[in-house]
Design a protein around this ligand. Structure first.
Ligand code: 4AD
Ligand code: MG
Length: 463
């Protein structure tokens, strides 16, 4: 049984066996306490050996003498109400087997506080700490929650490709995938012959599954993707990864207002789920990582997200111009200090900003009547800034073609995407939620490298 299951049993002298890793071993007079953890819950299970009990033998004593922090062990005994505070039950232990040693001289995670930087260098072991096992449990539960939310609302899960020849965001921040011999190429001094490359043309890791998701939304009506995405942006920040997971719903017969409502419902569903299903882990984050986390998540559930157009948001920022290092002006991209101001000072909670200048948004967004702005939407949250980016899509063929050409992109590359506007076009909309940013928001972890098991950033692909 997992510790999570054992601690839920009634403590009436049940026999129990615990399998896990030793967090600590302490001795007090005749008692030896071994704290076991198996990652199934935050709380470990205390196993108490009593030198005075009948079952205590020299064999048990010998094994215990070898037990140290980090060992894997199996402990048997009876489940009893715990006399100590902090736990309801413990194990009155009688037997122990040492399954895997962890020599104290070399095991990196001795029982003491470790910095997050140190743990990042030991990412293969960090899931054995409270913080990282809690992150892993929240991540797992919310990943499942994503499917629960969309499946219950008639959205079908679509697996969009990871390798692609199209730049979904038109931003060029893509990792190339090739089987060409780069060293031979550089020796020859000739350019690459892509006809000889694996796919017969330049190909990349996807930056977004959106364009392919649109092809399914205009057939299945409501779809979503949930997969890894890749961006070769050289931005070394606490909220950018080169490899991250994104959830992208796409709905036909939907406009920007529908999209906003879906995004708000989706985020609230996930916050509520985390509060209900991961209460222990969230209480830990509230106490140890981000004070006030629980209260802020709850207050978001109880209020409507503030909606501002980009133009109105800009007016708010311009009124407070002196508060910023980067002077805000109509047409500029929102800087993180601007996002922070809008969420923390203006809205005191999440804000949805819509109708951005077309120049700072992707080619596929629907042009408004003013011909200056597009039906874009970003959801901004306190502490993090942008958590969701989305839009209503341009469903009009000639306007979409015009925009692609204006941006100097090739129409031919998007022939299949344009076909959606040629045949049975409908208004449709969607968005992308960065899964790691969601986990950051829900756990309060400040660095995105700490909410994914093995972060990939510029210059960093270990493990
Ligand atoms: O705003 P983005 O670039 O939008 C898209 O990719 C659209 N195709 C989505 C759509 O409409 N279907 O990215 C969406 C979200 C961002 O709001 C952010 O949460 C996350 O993805 N994101 C990143 N997360 C971690 N590291 C990065 N480098 C990220 N870039 C974007
Ligand atoms: Mg964006």
């Amino acid at each position: 049984m997992l510790i999570k299951e054992i601690v839920a049993l009634p403590p009436e002298a049940q026999e129990a066996a615990v399998l896990g890793w030793v967090r600590t071993k302490r001795e007090l007079k005749n008692l030896i306490f071994v704290e076991m953890n198996d990652g199934s819950t935050l709380e470990g299970l205390q196993c108490t050996f009593d030198r005075g009990s009948e079952t205590f033998s020299s064999a048990v004593e010998a094994v215990l003498s070898e037990v140290s922090t980090g060992c894997a062990a199996a402990i048997t005994g009876r489940l009893v109400p715990s006399p100590g505070s902090g736990q309801a039950v413990e194990i009155a232990a009688s037997g122990i087997a040492l399954l895997g040693k962890a020599p104290g001289e070399t095991y990196p995670l001795q029982k003491k506080r470790h910095s997050l930087e140190f743990l990042r260098e030991n990412a293969h072991l960090r899931a054995r700490t409270n913080t990282f096992s809690a992150v892993a449990r929240v991540r797992s539960r919310l990943a499942f929650g994503v499917h629960e939310f969309f499946q219950s609302r008639g959205f079908q899960y679509v697996h969009t490709p990871i390798i692609t020849a199209s730049d979904a965001e038109g931003a060029g921040a893509m990792f190339q995938v090739t089987t060409l011999d780069l060293e031979a190429l550089s020796r020859s001094g000739k350019g690459p012959a892509y006809s000889q490359d694996f796919f017969g043309k330049p190909s990349y890791l996807t930056v977004s599954g959106q364009l392919e998701a649109e092809t399914y939304a205009t057939a299945l009506s409501r779809v979503y993707t949930f997969g890894p995405t890749f961006r070769a942006e050289n931005s070394n920040t606490s909220r950018h990864l080169a490899e991250f997971w994104m959830i992208e719903p796409e709905a036909a017969f939907a406009d920007l207002a529908d999209n906003r409502a879906l995004a708000e419902d989706f985020l609230k569903f996930l916050f509520d789920l985390a509060l209900r299903e991961c209460p222990e882990d969230l209480a830990f984050f509230d106490a140890r990582i981000e004070k006030g986390l629980l209260a802020s998540l709850r207050s978001v559930l109880d209020s409507r997200f503030v909606h501002l157009t980009y133009t109105d948001a800009m007016k708010e920022l311009e009124k407070n111009e002196s508060a910023f290092e980067f002077k805000p002006f109509w047409g500029c991209d929102l800087q993180s200090e601007h996002e922070k101001f809008l969420t923390e000072k203006v809205a005191k909670g999440p804000v949805i900003v819509t109708d951005y200048p077309k120049e700072i948004k992707a080619f596929y967004m629907k042009l408004n009547e003013d011909e200056k702005t597009v039906r874009a939407m970003d959801v901004l949250v306190p502490r993090l800034g942008e958590i969701i980016g989305g839009s209503q899509r341009e469903e009009n063929l000639s306007r979409l073609e015009k925009r692609i050409l204006e941006l100097g992109m090739n129409l031919e590359d998007y022939w299949w995407y344009l076909d959606l506007r040629r045949y049975g076009t409908v208004p449709h909309a969607g968005f992308g939620l960065g899964f790691e940013r969601l986990i950051q928001y829900v756990t309060g972890m400040t660095n995105i490298r700490d909410v994914i098991p093995y972060p990939r950033t510029a210059g960093q692909a270990d493990f």
